[in-house]
Design a protein around this ligand. Structure first.
Ligand SMILES: NC(=O)c1ccc[n+]([C@@H]2O[C@H](COP(=O)([O-])OP(=O)(O)OC[C@H]3O[C@@H](n4cnc5c(N)ncnc54)[C@H](OP(=O)(O)O)[C@@H]3O)[C@@H](O)[C@H]2O)c1
Length: 314
């Protein structure tokens, strides 16, 4: 099969590999599309170095094929799999989505939502699941601020907060204002013109490059700040230093500071499926790239020019 092959950090190329064999609890997927997010860039480059020591591979990547978000058709099932059968259309996460075939654990899959293309479905698992988990505490009538509202996680954050009945303010750059408005934000702030003001019950920071003190001020005295991530610091910790400081500070400040680590689970993806089929969420796919251009797709995400999600189609 054709696959993007990565033997060490910092270099990868299109090559040929054997079709993998599903183990216990896994399925073989004929990949139709692979979503791209900042996590894929981190695993391709091995940066920040923190991720090498927390289990993603010290000298080189644990998985020889990059790509985690996936959608496709079940081609075969491994021992013990009863939840899915050959021919099922699914989406979820795996290790090695930039390939014609991959294996995925059934615990990280859900059925593809009716009415979505494979490209749209592959754009959902990590970004949509992260937004969903970051907004768990939101109640109808609350005010929610989404920073990075035109990006991968933020584009779901706007839609999910809105579906929960919140008043949603999205913050983004000029080129993404129309997208964020179309996603349902009640107010859109173009931070290149003027920054956001006021206080919010929940601040979802998806790459907004703001200091903890700025985010705490936006949460007023009793709000919640959910740090999804920000590409703000050096090669060792990436933006994670801010999350560490938030965890240390949390017991001593009136606001609730949450350093989110989203879980990649089939039940979370199942919730996304329901949100899509109920008409609350529609993946915003900005650009698609064919498999031979998968590395350009990752670079496009890294450049932050992308409005919404980037997807590799196979
Ligand atoms: N904690 C977790 O489990 C988890 C899960 C997924 C992702 N993440 C992390 O979360 C972050 C966001 O991920 P993503 O996939 O959404 O990335 P993304 O698609 O690149 O989106 C980030 C957005 O931030 C916007 N932005 C940049 N500077 C800004 C500013 N000053 N104010 C407001 N917005 C600004 C960018 O566009 P504009 O500036 O053009 O508006 C971009 O749309 C990344 O650091 C990623 O690694 C963490």
């Amino acid at each position: 099969m054709k696959a993007v092959v990565q033997r060490r950090y910092g270099s990868a190329e299109l090559g040929d590999l054997d079709v993998p064999v599903p183990g216990r609890g896994e399925v073989l997927l004929e990949v139709r599309a692979a979503g791209v997010d900042m996590g894929t860039w981190h695993l391709l480059t091995g940066r920040p170095y923190l991720l090498r020591v927390i289990g993603f591979g010290f000298r080189g990547p644990r998985s020889p094929v990059p790509g985690r978000d996936v959608s496709g058709v079940v081609a075969a099932v491994g021992p013990g799999v009863t939840a899915f059968a050959a021919g099922d259309e699914v989406f979820g996460t795996c290790d090695g989505a930039f390939a014609e075939y991959t294996v995925a654990p059934v615990t990280r899959l859900a059925r593809k939502p009716a009415g979505l293309s494979f490209a749209e479905a592959a754009a959902m698992p990590i970004s949509g699941g992260t937004a969903l988990q970051g907004l768990r505490t939101v109640q109808a009538g609350q005010r929610v601020l989404v920073l990075g509202a035109g990006g991968g996680v933020g584009s779901y954050g706007v839609q999910i907060a809105r579906s929960l009945g919140a008043h949603v303010t999205g913050v983004c750059s000029t080129g993404k204002v129309e997208l964020v408005r179309s996603l349902g934000a009640h107010e859109v702030v173009d931070y290149t013109v003027a920054d956001f003001t006021g206080t919010y019950d929940l601040v979802l920071d998806c790459g907004g490059h703001r200091s903890l003190s700025r985010l705490r001020a936006a949460a007023g005295r009793h709000g919640t700040v959910v740090l999804v991530g920000s590409e703000t610091s050096g090669p060792l910790l990436g933006g994670f230093d801010r999350a560490l400081r938030a965890m240390a500070l949390n017991p001593f400040v009136p606001q609730k500071l949450v350093a989110l680590t989203s879980a990649e689970r089939g039940d979370v993806f199942e919730e996304l499926r329901v949100l899509v089929e109920d008409g609350h969420v529609r993946p915003a796919v900005g650009r698609t790239f064919p498999l031979p251009e998968a590395l350009d797709a990752v670079e496009h995400v890294y450049s932050r020019r992308s409005a919404g999600k980037v997807v590799v189609t196979i």
